[in-house]
Write a protein that binds this ligand. Structure first.
Ligand SMILES: Cc1ncc(COP(=O)(O)O)c(C=O)c1O
Length: 424
């Protein structure tokens, strides 16, 4: 009984929210006092550190920026967009909503790097965009991809060139040879949703590295997040924070555990982002709204903390690695514990799916909060069947066998121990 109670009450949520309820309250009051300032320029300047003087456009969701970018070039006759098969399925939906066809790119074996260049050759005649997803660190294939695209663009006129887009939603701050992710391609997409190191509740940015988009045209026809939207967002995030708080979470987990064990899908659909893939007829209007001035204000102070937070997470990940590296049932896709990688969570791949299922089951039984991976191998999803033109066996293997170990900055030593002990 005492063991049960210990496990029960030691259970801490895996989620780390970069802004607390108190921070939100404090910022709201300050904003009301001096809100005449337009915070876009200040935020743009702060983010410059990661780029070389681009234009930045801020959206209610990063994916909205991606959609707008694709739509902006809607007259392109070439309809294909290369994108990592292992990604947030909503990014694939944006391609479809914008009127293009996704072509899925496989990962390298047991790696977050991709295998794109041969597909650029194969589809070059029909290709408009190549999306490079930086999954948890810099996807170093980008340098070869960039060379390849430059070669092809030399033979094309300006209206027909291929654009390189970086998805930096989970890779902001990673760099290789002093070049930051997001500054290499023509455009990049950032995300500021509530799970990121820098958050405006929801939010994201489109970075235009070579200033090719016309600012006026871009601001056209776009709604801004309203006061009512913000109240809704704050209420939702506050509820999430309450359920994941130190005192409430152990009880909330009982509910999660019950739902997982009994396939209580109605609840899981709401709670788990990885639940199922779907495509609507068109993009929900909320995604493409402009970020509000208040949300930009929320972001400003957080920019300076990005690198520090990344470092803390690198140290935690190194600890995981040191403790688990002798487990021969595991593979470690990221073993550079430096500026090349971002560890919002620490990824491990179980050689056999059976072992992954065993660990996840054990975590439920022992009251340890570990989640399933929320990216799908999109190519194998039913919704995208009609776009299947190649095969992503490595992405499939990763998506089926991966576990992301929590990297909550508020965890103490004993919290990490509880997770590591699952692998005994
Ligand atoms: C890889 C990846 N790309 C894009 C996005 C989209 O970001 P947003 O939620 O801001 O639309 C996410 C969100 O988590 C992501 O993980």
């Amino acid at each position: 009984m005492t063991n049960f109670l210990k496990s029960f009450f030691k259970n801490k949520s895996r989620f780390y929210f970069n802004i607390s309820f108190i921070y939100l309250l404090n910022k709201t009051v300050k904003y009301i006092i001096d809100r005449q300032v337009n915070y876009q320029d200040i935020l743009t300047k702060k983010l410059q550190k990661y780029f070389t003087d681009p234009n930045m456009f801020f959206f209610n969701h990063g994916r909205g920026g991606f959609y707008f970018l694709l739509k902006h070039f809607k007259n392109k006759s070439k309809k294909k967009v290369l994108i990592n098969s292992l990604t947030l399925f909503e990014m694939v939906n944006m391609i479809i909503y914008a009127g293009y066809d996704p072509v899925f790119v496989d990962n390298k074996k047991n790696s977050f790097e991709t295998n794109t260049v041969h597909l650029i050759d194969k589809f070059s005649e029909e290709l408009s965009f190549v999306v490079v997803t930086h999954l948890n660190g810099i996807n170093k294939e980008i340098f070869d991809i960039k060379d390849k695209i430059e070669q092809i663009n030399k033979t094309r006129d300006k209206n027909n060139r291929i654009y390189l887009i970086e998805d930096v939603a989970v890779g902001l701050g990673a760099k290789f040879n002093d070049v930051y992710t997001g500054s290499i391609g023509d455009f990049s997409i950032l995300s500021f949703n509530i799970m990121k190191n820098i958050t405006s509740l929801t939010g994201g940015a489109l970075i235009d590295n070579h200033k090719v988009l016309k600012i006026d045209k871009f601001a056209e026809n776009k709604l801004r997040v309203s006061f009512f939207d913000i109240v809704k967002k704050i209420s939702f995030v506050s509820l999430l924070q309450f359920l994941n708080s130190r005192l409430i979470f152990p009880f909330f987990f009982v509910f999660i555990r019950f739902a997982q064990k009994n396939n209580f899908n109605f609840f899981l659909r709401k709670y788990r982002t990885d639940f199922e893939t779907y495509t609507l007829n068109k993009i929900p209007p909320d995604f493409t709204k402009n970020l509000s001035n208040f949300q930009m204000y929320l972001l400003i102070d957080q920019v300076e903390e990005i690198d520090e937070k990344n470092k803390l997470r690198i140290n935690n990940s190194l600890n995981y690695y040191d403790r688990l590296k002798n487990n021969d049932k595991l593979i470690f896709p990221q073993t550079n514990f430096n500026h090349e990688n971002i560890f919002l969570e620490f990824p491990i791949i179980c050689k056999e799916k059976k072992y992954k299922d065993y660990i996840l089951q054990k975590s439920l039984n022992n009251y340890v909060d570990i989640k399933n991976y929320y990216y799908k191998n999109c190519e194998s999803e039913k919704s995208y069947k009609i776009y299947k033109v190649s095969s992503s066996i490595n992405s499939k293997y990763i998506s089926e066998n991966i576990i992301m170990l929590p990297n909550n900055i508020n965890y103490c030593r004993s919290d990490f121990e509880r997770i590591i002990n699952l692998f005994d």
